[in-house]
Design a protein around this ligand. Sequence first.
Ligand SMILES: *[C@@H]1O[C@H](CO)[C@@H](O)[C@H](O)[C@H]1NC(C)=O
Ligand SMILES: *[C@@H]1O[C@H](CO)[C@@H](O)[C@H](O)[C@H]1NC(C)=O
Ligand SMILES: *[C@@H]1O[C@H](CO)[C@@H](O)[C@H](O)[C@H]1NC(C)=O
Ligand SMILES: *[C@@H]1O[C@H](CO)[C@@H](O)[C@H](O)[C@H]1NC(C)=O
Ligand SMILES: *[C@@H]1O[C@H](CO)[C@@H](O)[C@H](O)[C@H]1NC(C)=O
Ligand SMILES: *[C@@H]1O[C@H](CO)[C@@H](O)[C@H](O)[C@H]1NC(C)=O
Ligand SMILES: *[C@@H]1O[C@H](CO)[C@@H](O)[C@H](O)[C@H]1NC(C)=O
Ligand SMILES: *[C@@H]1O[C@H](CO)[C@@H](O)[C@H](O)[C@H]1NC(C)=O
Ligand SMILES: *[C@@H]1O[C@H](CO)[C@@H](O)[C@H](O)[C@H]1NC(C)=O
Ligand SMILES: *[C@@H]1O[C@H](CO)[C@@H](O)[C@H](O)[C@H]1NC(C)=O
Ligand SMILES: *[C@@H]1O[C@H](CO)[C@@H](O)[C@H](O)[C@H]1NC(C)=O
Ligand SMILES: *[C@@H]1O[C@H](CO)[C@@H](O)[C@H](O)[C@H]1NC(C)=O
Length: 819
Amino acid sequence: MGPLLHYYMLKCLFFLVLPHLLIQCCSSMQPLCRNSERSALLQLKENFILNQSASKVGSWKLEGDCSLWDGVECDDNTGHVIGLDLSSSFLYGSIDSNSSLFCLSHLRRLNLSDNDFNYSKIPSALGSLSRLSRLELSSSAFSGQIPAEVFELSKLVTLDLSDNYLELQNPSLKSLAEKLVYLRHLNLDKVNVSSAIPQSLANLSSLTYLSLGNCELHGEFPIKVFHLPNLQILNVDGNPFLTGHFPEFNRSSSIEILELGFTGFLGELPKSIGNLESLSYSGISKCHFTGRIPTSLANLTHLTYLSLPDNKFYGPIPQSIFTNLVNLEHLYLYQNHLIGTIKLESFLNLKKLKSLYLSSNDFSLISTATPNLTVPKFYMLGLSSCNLSKFPDFLADQDELEFLDLSGNKIDGHIPYWLWGLSAKTLEFLYLDVNFLTGFDQPPIVLLWTNLRILDLRYNNLQGSLPIPSASMYQYFVSNNLLTGEISPVVCNLSSIIVLDMSSNNFSGKLPPCLVNLSRSLSILNLQNNSFRGRIPQTCKNGSKLRMIDFSQNQLYGPIPRSMVYCSMLESLNLGNNQMNGTFPSQLGTLPELKVLILQHNGFHGAIGKPETNDFPKLRILDLSFNQFEGSLPSQYFPRWKAMKFADSHELRYLQANTSFQVPGYDWSSYVSYSRTMTNKGVETTYEKIQEFLVTIDLSSNRFEGCIPEDIQILEALQFLNLSNNFLSGPIPSSLATLMDLQSLDLSQNKLSGEIPQELPKLTFLEFFNVSNNQLIGPMPQGKQFGTFENNSFEGNPGLCGNPLSKKCYSSSPPPPLL
Ligand SMILES: *[C@@H]1O[C@H](CO)[C@@H](O)[C@H](O)[C@H]1NC(C)=O
Ligand SMILES: *[C@@H]1O[C@H](CO)[C@@H](O)[C@H](O)[C@H]1NC(C)=O
Ligand SMILES: *[C@@H]1O[C@H](CO)[C@@H](O)[C@H](O)[C@H]1NC(C)=O
Ligand SMILES: *[C@@H]1O[C@H](CO)[C@@H](O)[C@H](O)[C@H]1NC(C)=O
Ligand SMILES: *[C@@H]1O[C@H](CO)[C@@H](O)[C@H](O)[C@H]1NC(C)=O
Ligand SMILES: *[C@@H]1O[C@H](CO)[C@@H](O)[C@H](O)[C@H]1NC(C)=O
Ligand SMILES: *[C@@H]1O[C@H](CO)[C@@H](O)[C@H](O)[C@H]1NC(C)=O
Ligand SMILES: *[C@@H]1O[C@H](CO)[C@@H](O)[C@H](O)[C@H]1NC(C)=O
Ligand SMILES: *[C@@H]1O[C@H](CO)[C@@H](O)[C@H](O)[C@H]1NC(C)=O
Ligand SMILES: *[C@@H]1O[C@H](CO)[C@@H](O)[C@H](O)[C@H]1NC(C)=O
Ligand SMILES: *[C@@H]1O[C@H](CO)[C@@H](O)[C@H](O)[C@H]1NC(C)=O
Ligand SMILES: *[C@@H]1O[C@H](CO)[C@@H](O)[C@H](O)[C@H]1NC(C)=O
């Protein structure tokens, strides 16, 4: 007996006590891994750029038994590499059929998930690994068509190709289903399949896991798939063009997870859904289901997750749900047509409930006194538009809430003091907007939440001063209340803030100079419609992120500060309806993104003068109306206003800032639209959104003089032009007739002379036209929409004649051309 063998025998005596040593002992007795396979592995490692410290392959060395390497599994008897698990190994680089990976011809299990293969195609050489039973390539940046060779791997039991950039069209899902007949686990999430689901999929009788989320599937879902005898998990989420119905389910079904959200499934939920005894997770949000929620749902006592929102369910929620579904943790019923009066407290019987979302139904939630029992701890409560008339009492004990939405209810009176500290350490999102709240029980100075990200108090009747939340805040909305007082400098401590909307209150005092501190995080600053006074302080410094500034409808005075040029990302600036003065802010022409500039109703004055270089390249909306600008129209700017030259892309988009953010657990996607008040066709209108391709120039009610330049035709995308109420003279340029997108042209109240160009009826989109109170003469243009303009669009020009005016054109002048 050699000393080595003796040693092993000794060790084996210990096995009885230390079973884990057994494994070591026996593996040491195995044949070493093959040299050829070891070098194939090492070569594979060489092919990628990797993060040595974190990667499994980091430990692979030139020497040693590769069966001991991280991620490598060798056969006990033959020593061949039979398993390779390089998931999450930080591999980066391309891979093709020449890869040494394909020398490992004994592989049975291959997992390369969660790496970055740099948009490589799946190598067709995979087909040579004919022993493979598990193949996992998810989230690894593979792209292109899945090669037919993969379907030659007829022993495959597990196939996961999800979350890449792959297509499965030729060959198709049909050929997969016909060839890989032993599959138990199939995940093709995000593979572009772009076909109907083949009937043959229902032949894969071993399937337990079928996931086809976001596959661009269409057609009718084969109902037999629901009857696959072993199916436990079915996901076809995110295929909006996939239609289908639920079958009659029977008790033999082993379905545990049904995820059909955002598909075209329709019809009613069958009563037999109550037979899915194993069902624990059911998500069918955003489908077209209708009918009542069947009471048999209450039989599904294993349910932990039930999500039925955004369908067309109607009727009262079955009461039995509240008593039976004791395991329910997540219940989402929002955006349906559920009716009746429901006691909010009945949900509190579901002791494991953590998130409850009932918003936007047709029912009324009533909240009674807190029942004298333990109440579930929620992290998410969505009770918006539920006709609640008071803050539910049970909220006071909730100390783990992250998300609370009580907007759009009928809650009136003061916000109780306890609410201001509710779930102080956890609350991140609080919506109390659109209620009838009037104030605060005790005026809060600084709010207690340490993690709050969004606070929305818009559209209430709140009085008092601005509640100041903690520095964690990203979006703060208090608009449309009756808040008063000055902006406290504490606001300048909101160092992460992205949106600050205090518009339509009665805040007063000066804008604090420290506001500039917010410009590196703030994207939207809306102080419109308050009583702020004084000069505008420096608002931006280098690196400013501000995209929208609205200081309109206040009592601000003085000039626009030069420091505004530091607002280098600014897209929309509205200073309208103040008492500002100074000359045209040509310095703002250097702002590369500025699309909207509104200075209406102020005391700006002087000639506009000459542009510097590259002025206002993206400007589309310019409103200088009701000021004291003088001199000629700013025609030298016209060639610079490049964005006014390109017509609508016909895509309906709005000017808005992306205000999204990420915090652990929430990937918050949001946009804030720019609003503006403008006179459109004579009516002052507030637009909550501005179309991205709207092009308007309003220079009305100033002291401009001289001609309307022919050059105006450069601004080809112009839709609204208002030059009314100036001292413009000379003829109406016939070049206006080339502005084919023009919808509104107001030249009234000037000193324009000559005839109205007979070409104007070519402007087929023109809906509003006003040349009243000028010195125009001659015949009215005829035809097209010129017949639809009212008489007062032309009045005050004694020299005009012809339809619709009562004054006839005498035969001495030629008859007007008919178009
Ligand atoms: C390597 O991975 C570790 C752990 O994930 C990470 O902390 C480190 O930044 C990475 N290094 C590089 C260069 O990517
Ligand atoms: C990634 O792919 C690009 C384009 O094919 C190629 O230029 C680049 O070299 C590849 N990078 C690696 C690490 O393979
Ligand atoms: C494999 O390598 C050979 C020779 O180096 C080359 O001709 C061939 O194009 C390569 N194949 C692939 C798929 O990259
Ligand atoms: C999916 O494939 C179809 C057909 O090739 C194609 O029309 C569609 O654009 C693709 N979808 C995506 C998101 O690439
Ligand atoms: C399902 O399998 C059966 C028996 O193998 C076969 O006859 C039938 O054609 C298959 N159905 C489909 C739709 O492929
Ligand atoms: C239940 O479903 C299975 C699988 O589809 C089927 O074989 C069985 O006949 C059904 N039983 C009843 C009673 O419908
Ligand atoms: C629901 O459970 C009750 C009581 O166990 C039973 O009588 C009823 O048939 C079940 N309904 C369905 C649809 O499973
Ligand atoms: C603002 O924050 C600074 C630094 O955290 C702090 O010293 C200061 O007291 C805060 N100001 C107010 C008014 O809360
Ligand atoms: C707004 O506040 C000012 C005082 O700051 C006051 O004079 C004015 O009446 C208030 N306006 C409204 C509408 O309450
Ligand atoms: C501009 O407004 C300020 C403050 O109202 C005033 O003092 C100044 O005289 C005005 N300047 C001009 C040129 O009107
Ligand atoms: C043009 O501006 C004047 C005020 O300057 C306004 O009264 C008129 O309604 C505006 N025209 C249009 C078409 O909006
Ligand atoms: C045209 O402008 C005049 C003011 O010059 C106004 O009185 C009249 O109502 C306007 N016409 C229309 C149709 O708005």
